[in-house]
Each structure stands twice: as C-alpha cells, then as structure tokens.
Design a binder for this molecule. Structure first.
Ligand code: GDP
Ligand code: MG
Length: 297
C-alpha cells in the first residue's frame, strides 16, 4: 500500500512562508448522484477519513450523501504540512433536483470567498485560514453521449468561480474506443458552450524532455476517465484497489485501466500550487472586485 501521497515536492514550487505554515487545499466534488463521487474520493486519498462510515460488506454501498459534507485531514510528509479538505455534495437525482444541487455548490463556494474576504480585511490577517475551493471535480456519466443540459447548467454556474476539472465517471463500464469517443464529444461540447474548465499552464521551454512528455500526456487525458473502488483485491500476489468482473479485475491505479493516477498526481503533486494560484489570482479576484464595487455603490 501507499505510505505517502507525494505533496512533499510542493516546497519547490512555493515560498518558504507557506512551507512553514503548511498548505490548505480544498477539493469539491459534484455531479449526479450514484456516479461514484464518494467512492472516488475515498480511493483517491481519504480512506482514513471515511473510516467511521459504514461501508457495507461486498456490496460496498456507501451511505447516500444528502448534504454538503466537509472532511479535513492534516497530513505531514517529510516535514511538509498539508491540510486537505474534501467537500462532498449531494448530487442531483434521488430527490434533489439540478437547481437545488448547483445552488448548494455555488453557495458553498461563495460562502468560502466571503469568509476569506472578511478575514483578510479583519484584525486576524496573519493567521488567515484558507477554506476557499481550489478545485472542483465535475462527474460526467459514462452512459451519455457528451454533456447534458444539466451538466452545462452546472458548469456555467461554477466556471467563473472555481477551477473545474471534468472527469468521466465509472470508466470501467466503457471500452477504450468508447472512452476516446466520449472524451472528444465532451471537449467539443465544452468548447461549443464556452465553458471555462481549468487550463493547465504551459510547460516551461527549459524543462527536460521527460517532463514535457508527461505534461503533454496529462493534457491529452482531459476529461480524466476514472474508476473508483473501495474493495481491495489480490492481483498477482499484490493487493490493489479494483473492481472484479467475470473476465478479470479493473485496477483503479493501473494506468492502462484508467486515468486515476494521472488525476491524483496532478491534484496533489504537479498542479496543486497552480490550482491555488488560479483560485487566488482569477476566481477570488473576481469575487473581491464584485464585493468592492458593491460596497462603493
Ligand atoms: P455518489 O452518489 O456519486 O457519491 O456515488 P457512490 O460513490 O455512492 O457510488 C454509487 C455506486 O456506484 C456504488 O454502488 C459504487 O460501488 C458504484 N461505483 C463507484 N465507483 C464506481 C466505478 O468507478 N465503476 C463502477 N462500475 N461502479 C462504481
Ligand atoms: Mg456520495
């Protein structure tokens, strides 16, 4: 099993100040109910956080998320502190309609900005806690032919407030060819409807070839096709998270089976700082500008 996550390389990307204080990072997960949001979060890094939750035997059912649920964990890795917060939201479907669902998300994001704005202008500026949402994983169903009205609506409500990273849920239910086709259609829909998803920064020209290749591969993956599972299976004597099928096991962390590793690596190691920077410089700045123009009216 994995004994560290990989964020210890973050100090190379930031100021000494944040190294000492630690990093705050908040991830919001949204999308239709039943797409595997809670399962993926669990698979990504929060095994521990959900420990108190009942995960029913082999059926592996999670309790349904009925309200915005926030879980934080402080992790320390080679002297670097990270406070990781996951905000799991009730997806639409199952009694919650699309509008209730996106409103809950928008309110959550705005509320964190408002709190930060208040704190930043208050007396306790030195110990600002950053609860702003730095990234939003948007779950797209694998069984459709691209983005639905409800997905477009959701993204439109959120794209000027938060870094949206689209993911194709339950990619194990699709063939490789179907994944390729769906990715292409989703990107076309995003472009046609002028949705601003998170843009990976350009790679520095002085990076080495290996880095550039990795960067290209990462960008080519969007939207990430993911598989989640809370079941640990044995494959070739190794314990892995996976999903058992009559014809074999789909391994969550096997790059041939899903983009799970790329997504986790991107979030936690290579692009965490950029996600924070864009949140600060673009999304929060928009919010701040609105607050200030309202005050001065
Ligand atoms: P949520 O409502 O989006 O949080 O979805 P859950 O995480 O509660 O998962 C709903 C159901 O889908 C559960 O039965 C999971 O076992 C199943 N599930 C979760 N992730 C995957 C996946 O990647 N592939 C498949 N085939 N099923 C999944
Ligand atoms: Mg859930």
């Amino acid at each position: 099993s994995r004994d560290y996550i990989g964020f210890a390389t973050l100090p190379e990307q930031v100021h000494r100040k944040s190294v000492k204080r630690g990093f705050d990072f908040t991830l919001l997960v949204v999308g239709e109910s039943g797409l595997g949001k809670s399962t993926l979060i669990n698979s990504l890094f929060l095994g521990d956080l959900y420990k108190e939750r009942k995960v029913a035997d082999v059926g592996e059912r999670l309790e349904k998320t009925t309200q915005v649920e926030k879980k934080s964990m402080d992790i320390e890795e080679r002297g670097v502190k990270l406070r990781l917060t996951i905000v799991d939201t009730p997806g639409f479907g199952d009694g919650i309609n699309g509008e209730e669902s996106w409103r809950a998300c928008v309110n959550y994001v705005d509320e964190q900005f408002r709190q930060y704005f208040t704190d930043e202008n208050g007396l306790n500026r030195r110990n600002l806690q950053d609860n702003r949402v730095h990234c939003c994983l948007y779950f797209i169903p694998p069984y459709g032919h691209g983005l639905r009205q409800i997905d477009l609506e959701f993204m439109r409500r959120l794209h000027r407030k938060v870094n949206i990273v689209p993911v194709i849920a339950k990619a194990d239910t699709l063939t490789e060819a179907e994944v390729v086709k769906l990715k292409r259609q989703i990107l076309a829909d995003i472009e046609e409807h002028k949705i601003q998803i998170y843009q990976f920064p350009d790679c520095d020209s002085d990076e080495d070839e290996e880095f550039k290749t990795q960067d290209r591969e990462l960008k080519a993956c969007v939207p990430f096709a993911v598989v989640g599972s809370n079941t640990v299976l044995e494959v070739g004597g190794k314990k892995v998270r996976g999903r058992q099928y009559p014809w074999g096991v789909v391994e969550v962390e096997n790059p041939k089976h899903s983009d799970f590793n790329k997504l986790r690596n991107m979030l936690i190691t290579t692009h965490m700082q950029d996600l924070k920077d864009v949140t600060e410089d673009v999304h929060y700045e928009n919010f701040r500008a609105q607050c200030i123009s309202q005050i001065s009216q």
